[in-house]
Design a protein around this ligand. Structure first.
Ligand SMILES: [Zn+2]
Length: 517
């Protein structure tokens, strides 16, 4: 059996409350999903969201090696024509080779929300699918509210699918949009649909409102669905979508359905953490398979059992998904993963014992390296004695002044030595980090002309309170770019300025030394 994985983290996933991704974040996530080996990446609804349009216009999808890029839209408006509907024609003009079209699969919605007739709804689907298929797109059809509609009027739900298939859609996706269907009912409906429409691929799109997002996707596969939609970590509207990470692990390790190469399966933990970092969400440490606690053994009996045979308390081996077994006494080392990472960064970590110890110490302090390649590379370099700092700091000072009724201004003064020369520099900025960044660039810029091309592209702050009773710690993640690549750097301290400074310096040092090779 071959199953296609369709990721909608960048469209449905961004509907999660509190999540906002920049275009740059979306590009990085798309690359990561492609490297993981997913088959489709749905990256947005360009007709409804200007940021999504920016993504589709700015991202060259020919760089994707595994995935096909998907743009999403709705079927054309009732009583119109597809070729006159900008939400439809826009998709034809984009380079993304796949169009995903959504339409209502429930008469309640057709009549009450769209305020049109069931027949016109079918016509709108035929017209839209045919138009985009004629424009050369692979068309995937999402039947919204399919299971609620099926309960109400199965013949209409099937007629909608036939309309889409007849007009050229090659995959028909059954959506449990409200997320409340339970696996037994869902499985029966999928099985019947697969029997009725044997000539097309049937897909599944589930939400987690009943806590069954993943279970429903798996039930659908058992019933014959061959295309599974979901998001990384299950992010999405309300209670979220089907979690693709858990689904992939279950399909491959429990159901014997090979969806990814084994070495890619081992990247699941890393990808899950990476997406959490970019979404600025604290990763849930208890996520199935990939959470930090997923293979943590604390109880004495458990630890004893594990030491005799890991199968006593583990449903699968943690390495299969890139996770590690942890016990309170002496964490097991991840030497291989450090070696792999060092190679990936073009570094020689030598005997990785020291590097591993340094990383563990820092992780305990709150550092996270999943989205901070620059800081990790520098940490390896500093541990193996191969670092090349850009300058030596003497002091810096920041003054922020607020005048009653007026603006707040910030000024930073920095004293340092660069290549044997002592420099004092002062700059203003719209905040402390910006002022510090400017003063630093002004001081060392003449010695490093490459700095002109390096810009900060993202600044994220998280307060960490989970691991310390005393004071809250601040973690800052700064992304820098030279227009071609993006790299992340991390800083941690009780003082937000100090945390920002660490990330700022790492970001610049990595950028400059990277350019010099
Ligand atoms: Zn959805």
């Amino acid at each position: 059996m071959s199953i296609k994985l369709f990721d909608t983290t960048l469209r449905d996933g961004t509907q999660r409350e509190g999540v906002s991704l920049t275009t740059e974040d979306k590009i990085r996530i798309a690359r990561e999903l492609d490297a993981l080996g997913l088959h489709y990446i749905e990256a947005g609804f360009p007709a409804s969201n200007p940021k999504d349009l920016d993504f589709f216009e700015g991202f060259d999808d020919s760089e994707l090696r595994n995935a096909r890029l998907v743009a999403f839209t709705r079927a054309r408006r009732p009583n119109g024509r597809a070729e006159d509907d900008p939400a439809v024609t826009l998709l034809a003009s984009l380079s993304a080779p796949v169009a995903c079209i959504v339409a209502k699969g429930w008469r309640l919605h057709v009549e009450k929300v769209l305020r049109t007739t069931p027949e016109e709804n079918l016509e709108s689907v035929r017209d839209t699918v045919a138009y985009l298929a004629a424009a050369g797109k692979e068309v995937i059809f999402d039947a919204e509210h399919f299971f609620d509609g099926f309960r109400d009027d199965p013949e209409y739900s099937l007629a909608l699918l036939r309309a889409a298939a007849g007009a050229g859609a090659t995959t028909l996706v059954l959506c449990d949009t409200n997320g409340g269907t339970l696996p037994t009912e869902l499985k029966a409906v999928v099985a019947r649909t697969v029997r009725e429409l044997p000539e097309v691929e049937i897909g599944i799109h589930t939400h987690n409102d009943g806590g069954c997002g993943v279970a429903n996707a798996l039930a659908a596969v058992e019933a014959g669905a061959t295309h599974v939609q979901g998001t990384i970590n299950g992010v999405g509207e309300r209670c979220g979508n089907c979690d693709l990470i858990t689904t992939i692990a279950n399909l491959q390790l429990k159901m014997g359905v090979k969806v990814l190469e084994d070495e890619r399966l081992r990247r699941l933990t890393e990808v899950s953490n990476y997406v959490s970092e970019l979404m600025n969400l604290t990763p849930d440490t208890h996520r199935p398979y990939v959470g930090r606690s997923a293979f943590a053994h604390k109880g004495g009996l458990h630890v004893d059992g594990i030491s005799k045979d890991p199968a006593t308390y583990e449903h699968v081996a943690p390495e299969l998904v890139g996770n590690v077994r942890r016990t309170p006494v002496g964490e097991l080392s991840g030497k291989n993963s450090i070696r792999t990472k060092a190679e990936e960064l073009g570094l020689d970590a030598g005997d990785v014992t020291d590097v591993l110890a340094a990383i563990k110490r820092r992780e305990y302090e709150g550092y996270h390296y999943e989205a901070a390649d620059a800081s990790l590379a520098l940490l390896i370099g500093r541990t193996t004695g191969e670092d090349r700092p850009l300058f030596e700091l003497e002091t810096f000072r920041i003054i922020t002044e607020k005048r009653a009724g007026g603006e707040t201004t910030t000024e930073a003064t920095i004293k340092l030595s660069v290549k044997g020369e002592r420099v004092i520099s002062t700059a203003e900025g719209n905040g402390p980090v910006n002022a510090l960044d400017r003063a630093l660039r002004q001081a060392i810029g003449p010695h490093y002309p490459e700095l002109k091309e390096i810009h900060l592209s993202n600044y994220k702050v998280r307060i960490l309170d989970e691991h310390r009773a005393t004071a809250a710690t601040t973690r800052v993640l700064i992304d820098s770019t030279d227009g071609k690549r993006v790299w992340g750097a991390v800083g941690v301290d009780e003082n937000i300025i100090e945390a920002s400074w660490q990330a700022l310096v790492d970001g610049l040092e990595y950028g400059v030394n990277g350019k010099r090779g």
